[in-house]
Write a protein that binds this ligand. Structure first.
Ligand code: BDR
Ligand code: CA
Length: 312
């Protein structure tokens, strides 16, 4: 008999790699997606919320989606339209959702869903952590009620938006710090592993060759950002950041993990948004996260492809 599906909430800022990540989640029987919550990030909140509806419609999913925080806790908002296009979902022929977002605020949904299932819910966060941090402030018992938060963000090494900071961390460092200091069981899937998972032209073609809509849209989205990755990072395609965070929940064995202390820098300056990871335990501070330090990239992509194939 197969294990019961894991209850998850998908919190993110679609965003083209968020979209592929959510398709992977919605295609995976190991996960029971209870709700989707949107946050500011790659594009403004009205667009991430619109895009959530579009992605759910593409997967023919009726999971409710909720709009959340439209800005970071303290800093000015940050977007990434140069990477994700002005809409955040640069693919042709996508249908608008016929279902509007559910009226409840994303932060309230996070709180009520987790309270209703103590110890059961995993939040897969693929954007700035503003919604999660607000939920922890409004309901301080929440970190103790969650099964886990798995976050795509940060890096054990260099950043991508600045030399020091990864985009999701920089887009709300105060929120990230609240989550890292909350005591919640936390796994971090950062750039040090996601930049090893590249949507090469061959992989994009494999998605297109699946012959379904989800494969074609994923291929188009990943093609859009390949140019940026070629120019900026000298890579042969876009990085599969957010899909790897979903994969980490479904197949944790695809990654290697190390427990360590992670400090999020919130002071303005060159290092703001940096996640300083005590990889070697030199501070002797207690670990506050399990950090991905290695990935089996070929196995990850093979499984991603297999799952996208099952969608409409
Ligand atoms: C992260 O930033 C966003 O632009 C992507 O969607 C991903 O979540 C990578 O740094
Ligand atoms: Ca994202």
């Amino acid at each position: 008999m197969s294990a019961p599906a894991l209850s998850v909430i998908l919190d993110g800022d679609p965003g083209l790699d968020d979209a592929v990540a959510w398709l992977l989640a919605l295609a995976s029987p190991e996960l029971d997606v209870l709700a989707v919550t949107t946050v500011h990030g790659n594009v403004p909140l009205n667009l991430t919320t619109r895009n959530a509806g579009v992605v759910l419609a593409l997967a023919k999913s009726t999971v409710p989606y909720h709009a959340g925080a439209d800005r970071p806790l303290l800093r000015a908002g940050l977007t990434a339209a140069s990477v994700h296009g002005d809409t955040g979902l640069p693919a042709g022929g996508l249908s608008e959702s016929t279902r509007p977002p559910a009226p409840e605020h994303a932060v309230q949904t996070l709180i009520s869903v987790v309270r209703a299932r103590p110890g059961e819910v995993t939040v897969i966060a693929t954007g700035p952590l503003t919604n999660v941090a607000l939920a922890f402030r409004l309901a301080p018992e929440l970190p103790g009620l969650l099964r886990e938060v798995v976050w795509m963000g940060g890096s054990t090494a260099q950043g991508n938006r600045t030399p020091a900071a990864e985009f999701n961390a920089l887009a709300d460092p105060h929120a990230a710090r609240i989550v890292f200091e909350s005591g919640v069981p936390l796994r971090m899937v950062g750039l040090n592993v996601t930049m090893q998972c590249i949507a090469t032209p061959e992989r994009v073609q494999a998605l297109r060759d699946l012959g379904n809509r989800a494969g074609a849209v994923s291929a188009e989205l990943l093609t859009f950002y390949a140019g940026v990755y070629r120019e900026k990072y000298g890579l042969s395609g876009g990085a599969l950041h957010d899909p790897l965070a979903v994969a980490a929940v479904i197949w944790p064995e695809l990654l290697t993990w190390a427990e360590m202390d992670v400090q999020v820098e919130v002071q303005d300056g060159a290092n703001v948004g940096r996640t300083t990871c005590d990889l070697y335990g030199v501070t002797h501070r207690a670990a506050n996260a399990r950090v991905a330090v290695g990935v089996d990239d070929p196995a990850f992509f093979a499984r991603l492809l297999e799952r996208i194939a099952t969608l409409p």
